[in-house]
Design a binder for this molecule. Structure first.
Ligand SMILES: C[S@@+](CC[C@H](N)C(=O)[O-])C[C@H]1O[C@@H](n2cnc3c(N)ncnc32)[C@H](O)[C@@H]1O
Length: 259
């Protein structure tokens, strides 16, 4: 009884009580606290890629998210097909990936789609709108969201096999000219253009293609999770909810019936 009252008092003050574990907390950033091994952070090729991402954008503390992004890209690089990212901003994750894979040597194209001026209010759902649009205005003003494509073009000028497509998704989706997509990253912080993009690209995703959803597990992006879950159900696939907050989906390989 007393224990419960103390717990309630502490929790109403904004703190949480955690049972002491014997294991030491090894990682605590970006909404993820755990006691697991993260020795990918010591891998020189990870460090080089991460540093390139930071050079494009900012010194984000998103190491595990980037690790998943690099894994996804590395896995997809073994498949036929191009890479697409919808929601690029300054190019943090995509720069890290291109560095990691020595991009031009892959022979693939990387399509980068963004308004490069924040969210498009026409493509934000009603339940997302008040918070998203208020933040959007703030983030464009304070530079957290890029405004203008010029600096982005300079950042990616290091690579030849890249196509920057400026404008609103879904209107710009038709400008992606590809025979197949091996990697699709959706990170637009709102659901309608993400659902439209996944629907639009579904048939172009090669068997085994990786789809990474940056915002899937973040509580404030619950509308995106609901929308993506509904679409996944339609497509008869399941999204893995990762502890990093990302969602991961694999386009099922073709089912060949053996007679
Ligand atoms: C969280 S940022 C992307 C972060 C990026 N993936 C990275 O690695 O840093 C979200 C981006 O989505 C873009 N965006 C939002 N709605 C969009 C839409 N309908 N069409 C195109 N871009 C959009 C914004 O301009 C913003 O740059």
């Amino acid at each position: 009884m007393i224990k419960q009252a103390i717990r309630k008092l502490i929790e109403t003050s904004g703190y949480t009580i955690q049972k002491k574990t014997t294991a030491e907390v090894t990682y605590n950033q970006d909404g993820l606290i755990c006691t697991h091994n993260h020795d990918f952070m010591n891998d020189p090729s990870f460090c080089k890629a991460y540093e390139r991402g930071c050079r494009a954008a900012s010194d984000y503390q998103w190491h595990w998210r980037v690790h998943i992004g690099l894994w996804a890209a590395y896995t997809a690089s073994k498949l036929a097909g191009d890479f697409v990212e919808c929601g690029v901003n300054y190019g943090f994750l995509s720069s890290a990936i291109m560095e990691f894979l020595s991009w031009d040597s892959t022979g693939k194209l990387f399509y980068l789609l963004d308004t490069f001026q924040g969210l498009d209010p026409r493509h934000v759902s009603n339940d997302e709108s008040p918070l998203r649009m208020e933040r959007n205005e703030k983030w464009v003003k304070n530079g957290y969201y890029v405004s203008g494509v010029e600096s982005v073009e300079i950042n990616f000028s290091q690579w030849a096999n890249v196509r920057i497509i400026q404008g609103s998704v879904p209107e710009t989706l038709g400008q992606v000219e590809t025979q197949g997509i091996a990697y699709l990253h959706l990170d637009m912080n709102c659901s309608p253009p993400e659902v439209a993009a996944l629907n639009y690209f579904w048939d172009s995703l090669v068997p085994g293609a990786i789809v990474l959803l940056d915002d899937y597990g973040f509580l404030e992006h619950i509308a995106q999770k609901h929308a993506m879950d509904a679409l996944a159900k339609e497509k008869n696939v399941m999204i893995a909810s990762l502890p990093t907050g990302q969602g991961l989906l694999i386009k099922p390989p073709m089912i060949v019936s053996i007679i």
